[in-house]
Design a protein around this ligand. Structure first.
Ligand code: NAP
Ligand code: MG
Length: 477
């Protein structure tokens, strides 16, 4: 049984209700978490406010940094334990679970070093005045975190908020919260004062909604679906609370005929297979210049046929999806593709060791996907890659920008001038030239345009969003 983490204590839900925890690799229930609601959000928000006013505001930025660095070190020391928790909770293959812990430790390391380097400016102004800008924390920040990368998204969102001087109330997804409850304990051991990091678990429509509507929350950072993102923004708008939204994408990999295919192919495959395609920045559309369309699909087909999905501890190319409804969602998309006559190029295998009760999906490569079809427009959030040809650079831009989303894009070409033209014209938050994802880089600001959301997380830029700028003008004659 797991409890909420409020004021550095293990706290049962006010209502006494709990939720089962399911292992996606087997479909079996193996634990329980608290099913929180507004009563628990109230408690967590009060604990956070108390900590903010009585302790956190008074701690120097350097000391905040030391605490965050200590937590980073604690996370690294407990890397195996955290990876094992995440593997069971979210079905992640071993390498992915470990990579998530490494990224979490790195976020806290990066933001630890940023705490005492965030400051305002002195502005030139009229004679007799001195004008300063101060970067102040919002106060109590709310963080609604999805199940696909609980630790990484906690690291980037909570790490940035803490570094900027905020205290946090966190609502993880009910399908991916166990690692974060352990991280909160590690924070207590590292010396974080009670109330600075609070976690309340439960359903989005109960505890998540309560958090988004709560007047004690001064800023909300949300990562998840566009539909829920709209609800969050509406709830926040009612009390003029600022929000950062990261809502996923339908990100293109654009391959020109002059591309280095030996470099592109592994990156294209990884971008849709990583975490079983359950990645906001998954490269889920493949746009290929017509001259190499057949060649590239043939080569990719061979790779896809050899991909394997199976139990997380076997550390294959893919683990299970997070839950039955997510698997059903992928099946619905594939069934639509079949009905529309969209050709299947290749599909990987689910290994025999995978229990029938687990949520496994073989990675799938589709071709000639019509640009207007929902497979080319909507986020599948599974290992399904949709290929389509393009004729010219302008055609590639039109297709790439032709969805409601705009999160990231990958461009593969050796032509330097074209690299710049493409980067300029792509409407999205990150562009990768001859790579995809730049190895994750916590230093690199991340976020979207259009339905992919707004605001930036990661990098130093995120700290600006986690602060409020105050202008102070002195008249001294
Ligand atoms: P989701 O419903 O948007 O969930 C994301 C987070 O929001 C979770 O913590 C969720 O809690 C919470 N939430 C749900 N309803 C809420 C509400 N009414 N008010 C406040 N918070 C709420 O996403 P999902 O159902 O897990 O996945 C559905 C689709 O969303 C996926 O197929 C994918 O397309 C997209 N998605 C995108 C990302 C991304 O990284 N951009 C991440 C996850 C999902 P509970 O899960 O505990 O209910
Ligand atoms: Mg959910």
């Amino acid at each position: 049984m797991h409890f909420n983490h409020i004021g550095n204590a293990k706290v049962p839900s006010v209502s006494g209700r709990t939720l089962p925890v399911t292992d996606p690799a087997t479909g079996q229930v193996y634990d329980e978490i608290q099913r929180s609601d507004i009563g628990d959000v109230d408690l967590a928000t009060k604990a956070a406010r108390q900590a903010y006013e009585s302790v956190w505001l008074k701690i120097s930025a350097a000391e905040r940094g030391r605490l965050m660095m200590k937590l980073s070190q604690h996370i690294s020391l407990h890397a195996d334990e955290l990876a094992a928790i995440e593997q069971r909770d979210c079905g992640k293959p071993t390498r992915q679970a470990r990579a998530d812990v490494t990224a979490l430790a790195r976020y806290f390391e990066y933001y630890a070093g940023a705490c005492d380097k965030l400051h305002g400016e002195t502005l030139p102004y009229l004679d007799g005045y001195s004008v300063h800008t101060w970067r102040e924390p919002h106060g109590v920040t709310g963080h609604i975190i999805p199940w696909n990368y609980p630790m990484q998204i906690f690291g980037r969102s909570v790490g940035g908020a803490l570094a900027a001087g905020n205290v946090c109330v966190i609502k993880p997804a009910e399908d991916g919260c166990l690692s974060l409850l352990r991280v909160a304990e590690l924070a207590t051991e590292a010396g974080f004062p009670a109330g600075v990091i609070n976690i309340v678990t439960g359903y989005g429509h109960e505890v998540g909604k309560a958090l988004a509507e709560h007047r004690g929350i001064d800023h909300i950072s949300f990562t998840g679906s566009p539909t829920v993102g709209t609800l969050i923004q509406q709830a926040a708008a009612a009390r003029h609370c600022p929000v950062t939204l990261e809502l996923g994408g339908k990100s293109p990999q654009i391959v020109f005929a002059d591309a280095d295919l030996d470099a592109a192919i592994p990156a294209i495959v990884n971008a849709i297979v990583q975490n079983s395609g359950q990645t906001c920045s998954a490269g889920s559309r493949l746009l290929v210049e017509h001259g190499i369309y057949e060649t590239l699909l043939e080569r990719l087909g061979h790779v896809f046929e050899n991909l394997r999905a199976g139990p997380p501890e076997l550390d294959l190319d893919l683990g299970p999806l997070i839950r039955q409804s997510q698997l059903q969602r992928v099946w619905d998309f594939l069934s639509d593709a079949h009905v529309a006559g969209i050709p299947l190029v290749a599909q990987g295998k689910i290994v025999d060791e995978a229990p029938d009760t687990g949520y496994y999906q073989a990675p799938t490569l589709l071709r000639d996907v019509p640009p207007g079809h929902r497979l080319a427009q909507e986020e599948v959030f599974g290992p399904v890659l949709c290929a389509m040809p393009f004729q010219s650079e302008q055609d590639a831009i039109r297709l790439a920008n032709g969805t409601a989303f705009g999160l990231v894009a990958g461009v593969w070409t050796r032509d330097g001038a074209r690299q710049f033209r493409m980067a300029r014209q792509l409407r999205c938050g990150q562009v990768f030239i001859n790579n995809y994802g730049a190895a994750g880089g916590v230093e690199l600001p991340f976020g979207g345009v259009k339905s992919s959301g707004h605001g930036r997380e990661k990098g130093f830029e995120a700290l600006l969003g986690f602060t409020v700028l105050k202008t102070v003008a002195f008249r001294h004659g």
